[in-house]
Design a protein around this ligand. Structure first.
Ligand SMILES: Cc1cc2nc3c(=O)[nH]c(=O)nc-3n(C[C@H](O)[C@H](O)[C@H](O)COP(=O)(O)OP(=O)(O)OC[C@H]3O[C@@H](n4cnc5c(N)ncnc54)[C@H](O)[C@@H]3O)c2cc1C
Ligand code: FES
Ligand code: FES
Length: 465
């Protein structure tokens, strides 16, 4: 089975053969297609100079980082680059006009990326308030203009009509590119491939794995792309729980997650940027088994469980039992994470989460923490925690939980819990934070948790903007 990669680029169909499917979209655009408007800045998803837009059949326009997206991943998609923005009769597009009129560009290197983020924002019909614009621009860096005029241009383009999306070249059947990029369309095909090619890496959004191709220039030898398997992208809700397919993107999962756990709204707005959340997945966040991924602490506190599938069958495993050691998990070589299920909050339960990082946006956590408590008649009946950045894996703080459970909801109880942090963790020093900082921060977050619940509004949020 050998297929050509097909997609739509700026309204025109493209079909590629004889090219590595591990080529980044950015390299292909610039080096093969000669479209140099899309820039390379950092080559690791951080600066947004390479932003292009995926145009979905349902009308969504999603910014992505072309530097870490692989060509095989783009098969079946519709891509728009800055060269594909057109106004009437060959005039510049209204987004480009707004940027020029606001003097929102100086050296111009970052500008195509900003223009594409602004185009996606305009198409989304979102409000032009400061918070939304900040969120829409968090994945784009400008080093010389200053953001005020860029923000001004964004206020002018909000809700601009952007026209219909072009028809994509979507595929129904499983595909394989160059014998090393497998793109199954059914769970049965995925599991057969997983058993057949145990050395192939699973690939979802590539916001982690794509860095092998862009920054390290050592793309994986073979991958199985899980993002087109319906069982892995479904989002299901009932009265008891929410189930998110491991390959559903953050952008797709956010509405359900935020509706069920409102504290995730600000927390997830700081997970990467819109470009990262357009493609990144919770399955990928768990699959990396990083001790500083943002979702595992939340999912540990929510008592989430994973459905793991292989051609041998399916099993459900509490997330708590999944992380075995530094970057080591309970996933068998022939298994795939199919979905993540988390119970809804019971009446009387509260849920909070915190992310401490060096920068507000686009930064990995130094310490992340999440807490779910059930408080009844002044007593903490039940509690679950999840912490990142304090051990070799994301973990529960069992001594902290023991210090809280069954105790009166009182400041002294949370002081005891803060002291218990020392028994739970022996973190390491690294350039993000010393062990002493991490322990002090975790203890202080627990002290703050008390005030958050006891006197909402007293726990001040301090941000460097
Ligand atoms: C600029 C930038 C900013 C970022 N910011 C953050 C941040 O703020 N917080 C944060 O937590 N992360 C951040 N990340 C890391 C990354 O975006 C997340 O970890 C994301 O969730 C990875 O998802 P993905 O689908 O892109 O994974 P991929 O890169 O596709 O895969 C990651 C790993 O998971 C495995 N995997 C994927 N799907 C499955 C599956 N179904 N079953 C089993 N294994 C699987 C893969 O084999 C691979 O080992 C950032 C990355 C970049 C480049
Ligand atoms: S080049 Fe910086 S995000 Fe892609
Ligand atoms: S205009 Fe120079 S980096 Fe933005």
């Amino acid at each position: 089975m050998a297929d050509n990669i097909r997609f739509t680029l700026n309204d025109d169909p493209v079909e590629l053969s004889g090219l590595s499917p591990m080529t980044t979209l950015l390299d292909w655009l610039r080096e093969h297609r000669g479209l140099k408007g899309t820039k390379e800045g950092c080559a690791e998803g951080d600066c947004g100079a390479c932003t292009v837009v995926l145009e979905q059949a349902d009308g969504r326009r999603q910014p992505i980082n072309a530097c870490i997206a692989l060509l095989g991943q783009i098969d079946g998609q519709s891509v728009r680059t800055v060269e594909g923005l057109r106004g009437l009769d060959g005039a510049p597009h209204a987004v480009q006009v707004a940027m020029a009129e606001a003097d929102a560009t100086q050296c111009g290197f970052c500008t195509p990326g900003f223009v594409m983020s602004a185009y996606a924002f305009a198409a989304g019909g979102e409000a032009a308030d400061a918070e939304t614009i900040h969120d829409a621009l968090a994945g784009n860096l400008c080093r010389c203009t200053g953001y005020r005029p860029i923000v001004e241009a964004m206020t002018k383009v909000a809700g601009l009509p952007v026209g219909p999306v072009p028809s994509a070249l979507a595929r129904e059947q499983s595909a394989a590119f160059d014998g090393r990029f497998f793109a199954p369309r059914s769970l049965a095909d995925l599991l057969t491939l997983r058993a057949q090619y145990p050395e192939a890496l699973l690939l979802a959004g590539a916001t982690d794995l794509g860095l092998l191709a862009s920054r390290s220039r050592k793309p994986p030898a073979a991958v199985i792309h899980v993002s087109h398997v319906p069982e892995l992208t479904a989002i299901a809700e009932d009265k008891e729980q929410i189930t998110i397919g491991a390959a559903a993107t953050y952008a797709e999962a956010l509405p359900a997650l935020i509706a069920a756990y409102p504290a995730l709204k600000t927390y997830l707005a700081r997970l990467g940027s819109r470009q990262i959340r357009s493609l990144g997945t919770i399955g990928g966040n768990i699959g990396t088994a990083s001790p500083i991924g943002d979702m595992p602490p939340v999912l540990l506190a929510l008592e989430a469980s994973l459905r793991l599938v292989s051609s041998r069958g399916a099993r459900d495993l509490p997330l708590d039992a999944f992380f075995l050691g530094y970057r080591k998990t309970a996933l068998a070589p022939d298994e795939v994470i199919q979905s993540i299920s988390m119970p809804r909050l019971w009446p009387g339960e509260v849920f909070f989460c915190d992310k401490l990082s060096k920068r507000r946006d686009q930064d990995i956590s130094t310490v992340a923490a999440a807490y779910r408590l059930r408080i009844k008649n002044g007593v903490i009946e039940d509690v679950r925690t999840g912490f990142g950045g304090l051990a070799a894996t994301p973990v529960r703080a069992r001594n902290v939980e023991a210090a809280l459970k069954g105790q009166p909801f009182a400041q002294a109880t949370f002081e005891a819990a803060a002291d218990a942090v020392l028994k739970d963790f022996q973190p390491i020093d690294d350039w993000r934070g010393t062990a002493a900082y991490r322990l002090t921060a975790a203890a202080n977050l627990l002290r703050r948790l008390y005030w958050r619940i006891a006197e909402p509004g007293r726990a001040v949020e301090v941000e460097a903007l």
